[in-house]
Design a protein around this ligand. Structure first.
Ligand code: ADP
Ligand code: ZN
Length: 739
């Protein structure tokens, strides 16, 4: 009797064993989906392997795929990730597959019905003229016209024929019956972006530094063993060109390439550069794809129809085989960390997957993570450097507008003067501000009451377009004209600036300028980002105001002025990484200026211009910043000199959440003692964001110099811990968000 081990996507640690009846034995295979009884439900899981058969096992109901969805090697990788992140394997498998594939069948559907009806595969008939056949004398005029069109095109789909001839059912049927035309059904992939026409481009002649980096990478590809690199190149140094040419070398050698980007919608330029350069199949895992479109891209990859995959975080699970190189572009971006559910980090998993595949892993950034800089020091990463901008373009010249004693200034006179000058010469300007909305702080002028969200521990932001005060965490909103809830007065004062207010002020200051804004409010729909970026590219935008979205690796040669309205909020975050974040963000924003023939200028407004993160960024002194920050981390015992895990507790009753967190801390303390210590417990404390969406939040931080000791402690904790009713606990290994 055959039995199998099945991963089921539930928040449960175990996998489950089932019996395979002889009638289904020939269909059973590792990596296929299988419909199984589970309690009184029927659920869909994935076959992990054989199990020891026992009498009491329940039989599986059906296997759902003709071919396995995942290879044994991919399942091994997922198992590793589940163990490392202390997350149930079934949920890890679900995260790795296109959305919906592991959904349980709808009640009432037949037993065999695939549970992914939602993701129906599109089929389309194609028509071809049978070789040697000629127009039949008895054909009607419509059938004759259709026959001629098919003959001229070699092959046409029904959709194409309908487009030209309207309803074609009867004449096509007749053509097929007469044996003049063949009909063949084929699968059709959906991808709303593939049709975009792009002009081909050629490889650029690499400069000396690019050539050295490329040479080292190609040599590593040739060796065919795992080789992890950090490509540290200043903004505009031509990192992307190195990615393109190295992937070209991998493809030429018969290998495939995986490219991770922080967010596809924000990187339309990068995707376009790949489409221009490569003729081989490229799959792009867009965030704007529907589930069906995503499933189609996934199947193209699974079938080996593409050689290059570009995608955000979850593309690290793309079913690409024979990987020669994995590129992680802008490796410092926090978006590589999934912050809910299965909390993995795609940048870290790229190294793990690359090692399993004997591939080259290329982490690229102008502002690498501290961890990567230290990785080079320790010899874990090989260092490649591009210290200069391409074609000798200089880094931009920077001025500081010190805002001390001038609180409330939105645009300083210095920045204003530069803006005016830049508009006069027809240059483009980017203005960066880390807050969206109009006013970020609403306070009653009579009683001092501050308007807060009832569900979250944050203040509401006034949005003038919507005439509402909005919570940025839960979307709760009030009409803007509300009276003060404290004293019923109407003297609500608007403090704090958001991008919306800056945009409005600019329109008053420069009525003739063409001004656009890029933040979460203006980029909601499909293609929203691309449209705004196009305005810059085509020169139809003079000034773009935006949040950190405008800092993301864009290459716009027309931008000659960058203004940083405020960066201090980033530095003031209660997080040990706040200096690193501020340095990275500032350097990236500054780096958008002067990427063309005309040199760039930058004005940075700040209340703390002497802080080392700001001062070093302004001086283009990366080495200095990293030295200082590494010293701080070492003294304080933070990563990269220690490993962290966070336990997040949440629930609707604050008292139970606090008690839960305290009980967990007590259990960890006891477990730690029996294991000889060496793990530091910080907390429990109420999270800096103490309440979100009506749920109270507490957290506990664990810190250790030894990853293995931390891991064993957490494993033991998970085995013994019984979560109290009404409290949710999440383990976050290598946390990135501390809020
Ligand atoms: P980065 O990714 O390091 O910010 P990019 O790869 O976007 O830099 O390059 C910046 C600009 O320089 C792009 O417009 C790119 O086409 C151009 N470029 C890159 N390498 C070269 C080269 N070797 N010669 C000329 N132009 C180059
Ligand atoms: Zn809220």
């Amino acid at each position: 009797m055959l039995a199998i081990d099945v991963a089921i996507p539930l928040h449960l640690d175990s996998t489950y064993h089932y019996h395979v009846p002889p009638s289904l034995a020939s269909e059973s295979a590792i990596g296929k989906r299988v419909l199984v009884p589970f309690g009184r439900r029927r659920l869909v899981g994935v076959v992990l392997g054989a199990a020891e058969s026992r009498e009491e096992l329940k039989p599986v109901i059906a296997f759902l795929d003709p071919e396995p969805l995942l290879t044994a090697d991919e399942l091994e990788f997922l198992r590793w990730a589940a163990a490392y992140y202390l997350h149930p394997l079934g949920e890890v498998v679900r995260a790795a597959l296109p959305a919906g594939l592991l959904n349980p069948p709808r009640s009432g559907s037949s037993e065999e019905a695939a549970p992914d009806q939602r993701l129906k595969i599109h089929r389309e008939p194609f028509f071809k003229v049978v070789s040697g056949s000629e127009a039949h004398p008895r054909l009607g005029s419509r059938a004759l016209a259709i026959f001629t069109a098919i003959a001229a095109a070699a092959e046409l789909s029904r959709t194409e024929l309908r487009g030209r001839f309207g309803e074609t059912g009867a004449p096509l049927k007749r053509l097929v019956e007469l044996g003049l035309v063949t009909r063949e059904e084929r699968e059709l992939y959906r991808d709303p972006f593939r049709e975009e026409v792009v002009a081909r481009d050629e490889e650029l002649l690499l400069n000396e530094h690019q050539a050295a980096a490329h040479g080292a990478l190609v040599a590593a590809l040739g060796r065919g063993s795992f080789a992890p690199f950090l490509l540290h190149g200043v903004t505009g140094s031509g990192k992307t060109e190195v990615y393109l040419q190295t992937i070209a070398a991998a493809v030429a050698a018969g290998k495939n390439g995986l490219v991770l980007v922080p967010e596809i919608a924000l990187t339309p330029q990068l995707v376009k550069r790949f489409r221009r350069r490569f003729d081989c199949g490229i799959a792009v895992l867009h965030s704007a794809l529907s589930d069906g479109e995503r499933y189609d891209e996934w199947r193209r990859i699974r079938r080996g129809e593409v050689r290059i995959v570009i995608g955000a975080r979850s593309a690290i699970f793309a079913p690409l085989v024979n990987i020669g190189i994995i590129v992680v572009d802008e490796e410092h971006e926090p978006t590589y960390k999934q912050s809910e559910g299965f909390r993995y980090n795609a940048r870290d998993l790229a190294l793990v997957r690359g090692k399993r595949a004997d591939a080259v892993v290329l982490l690229g950034s102008a502002t690498p993570l501290l961890t990567s800089i230290q990785g080079v020091v320790e010899g874990k990463l090989l260092s490649l450097e591009l210290p200069e901008r391409v074609r000798g373009f200089p880094l931009p010249e920077i001025q500081v507008a010190d805002l001390r004693g001038r609180r409330g200034t939105v645009i300083s006179s210095r920045l204003l003067a530069e803006l005016r000058k830049n508009l006069e010469v027809g240059g483009q300007t980017l203005l960066f501000l880390n807050r969206r909305g109009f006013a970020t702080y609403l306070v009653c002028g009579d009683c001092g009451h501050v308007i807060r969200c009832p569900n979250c521990s944050v203040t509401l932001t006034y949005h003038r377009n919507r005439e509402r005060n909005v919570c940025h965490y839960c979307d709760y909103s009030l009409p803007a004209a509300t009276l003060c809830p404290g004293c019923n007065g109407g003297a609500i004062t608007l403090l704090g600036q958001g991008t919306e207010r800056v945009e409005e002020e600019l329109r008053e200051l420069f009525p003739e300028a063409r001004i656009a804004r890029m933040d979460r409010d203006t980029t909601a729909g499909k293609g929203g980002h691309a449209k705004i970026l196009k305005g810059l590219e085509e020169g139809s935008t003079d000034i773009l105001v935006g949040t950190q979205m405008i800092a993301k690796g864009h290459d716009f040669p027309g931008v000659t002025l960058v203004g940083v309205l405020a960066i201090d909020t980033v530095l003031n975050f209660p997080d040990f990484r706040s200096a690193e974040r501020a340095y990275q963000l500032l350097t990236q924003v500054i780096g958008r200026a002067g990427r063309g023939e005309n040199p760039g200028r930058v004005v940075v407004q700040s209340l703390m211009p002497d802080h080392y993160a700001i001062a070093r960024a302004l001086a283009h002194d990366g080495a200095g910043f990293y030295r200082e920050e590494l010293e701080f981390r070492q003294e304080a015992g933070y990563p990269p000199f220690a490993h962290l895990a966070a336990l997040h507790f949440s629930g609707n009753v604050e008292e139970s959440v606090r008690k839960g967190a305290e009980a967990a801390a007590a259990l960890l303390t006891a477990l730690r003692r029996s294991r000889g210590g060496r793990v530091e417990l910080l907390g429990p404390i109420a999270s800096p964001l103490a309440k979100v969406r009506g749920r109270y939040r507490w957290q506990l931080l664990l810190k250790s110099r030894r990853r293995d000791i931390l891991h064993t402690l957490l494993k033991a904790f998970r085995e013994e811990w019984r979560t109290p009713a009404g409290v949710r606990v999440n383990i976050d290994v290598d946390p990135v968000e501390m809020m």
